[in-house]
Design a protein around this ligand. Structure first.
Ligand code: KG4
Ligand code: ZN
Length: 331
């Protein structure tokens, strides 16, 4: 079964063709990030205008790369929440138009839970992974907009266990990066610098919120802000050390809560998704903690950590309405 995925929830315009919810035949992502950089964050109006400009090119490219025609598709999966309203409108309107013309089913997919699906996908040219994630699993989502822990019983039954009460992990990275003058997006820059800033004298800690799977990152962000403001000479701000300690405080709490969830729910599989899943310290520490507690930890391919349409098509395959053939669907 061939599903075309369309993703336009933030600054990306993405389309992908996925076979049977598993194999990625194409994965095209066009980002308008360069147009937002000078503002230090995403400008919704610019994002949706660029998406309107590029969506047909991106979808055509995804079909061409997959060597498939529109008429060969069995369904369309499109992100419909959460995201920037103008951007979502571009993707959902385009997807509805295509589905109507082709007389194929359309399914609306939640962007956050789709991030959980990225670890279940593989690219066409890559051979089957030796170990596949198995359900039930705990899912940790760490993106620019969300930090959440889920219990995935199956793809139709995903239960939210906890989430951030204020900033998301990626949002905290981006804001701290701005305070340190490192630009946007902040995650990759802080990740790089943190490696060179190992230290013991600067210590930050993220709120524990005991007894819950919730997170809070605004406190650590504010602590960075006050520390930087206390430095009289901007040249003497210990940027690398701050990056290291900030990253440690975020990663440690993510690892603790995700592993606690696995142990308390007696689940042996952990899947991680979202932009912050690309973080090198998070990857190392979670895999180590997984080994210690007999939890199999799965991260997506690097290119699937960021927003993409393959995860939308993949999860869409499991959610799409029965009957599944286009012949039986009335437009
Ligand atoms: O999932 P995503 O592409 O967008 C949302 O759906 O929100 O995630 C983008 C976020 C940004 O906040 C970015 O700073 C963060 O992912 N990010 C990272 C890294 N690479 C991207 N955060 C920490 N370390 C990284 N290596
Ligand atoms: Zn995302």
């Amino acid at each position: 079964m061939l599903i075309l995925g369309i993703e336009t929830s933030c600054d990306e315009t993405a389309a992908s063709v996925v076979a049977d919810g598993k194999v990625i035949l194409s994965n095209v992502v066009s980002s308008s990030l360069v147009h937002h950089k000078k503002y230090g964050g995403i400008i919704p109006e610019i994002a949706s205008r660029k998406q309107l400009e590029f969506i047909h090119v991106v979808v055509a490219d995804a079909l061409k790369t997959a060597k498939k025609k529109l008429s060969q598709l069995d369904g369309i999966a499109v992100t419909n929440r959460p995201g920037l309203i103008g951007s979502l409108l571009v993707g959902t309107s385009f997807a509805h138009g295509l589905a109507y013309c082709q007389k194929i089913p359309i399914v609306k997919v939640d962007h956050i839970t789709a991030h959980l699906y990225a670890s279940f996908l593989r690219f066409k040219d890559v051979k089957q992974k030796q170990y596949q994630p198995r359900l039930p699993a705990i899912g940790l989502i760490v993106s620019g907009g969300h930090s959440s822990i889920f219990l995935i019983k199956n793809f139709n039954n995903i239960v939210l266990l906890g989430q951030t009460r204020d900033d998301a992990a990626g949002e905290a990275y981006d804001k701290v990066s701005r305070i340190l003058g490192l630009g946007y997006p902040g995650g990759p820059a802080i990740d790089r610098l943190a490696e060179q800033g190992v230290n013991t004298e600067i210590k930050f800690s993220s709120a524990e919120l005991p007894g819950t799977y919730d997170f809070s990152f605004s406190g650590v962000k504010t602590a960075v802000y006050y520390l930087v403001n206390r430095c009289k000479d901007p040249k003497k701000i210990p940027v690398r050390k701050i990056a290291y300690s900030f990253q440690k405080s975020v990663v440690d709490i993510l690892v603790k809560k995700a592993i606690d969830a696995c142990r308390q729910k007696k689940v042996k599989t952990l899947v991680v998704g979202g932009g912050v899943a690309a973080n090198s310290a998070l990857r190392q520490k979670l895999i180590r903690a997984g080994d210690e507690h007999s939890v199999n930890v799965f991260f997506p391919e690097m290119s699937l950590c960021m927003d993409n349409a393959a995860m939308i098509a993949g999860l869409g395959f499991h959610l799409i309405d029965q009957p599944r053939t286009k012949r039986s669907v009335a437009a």
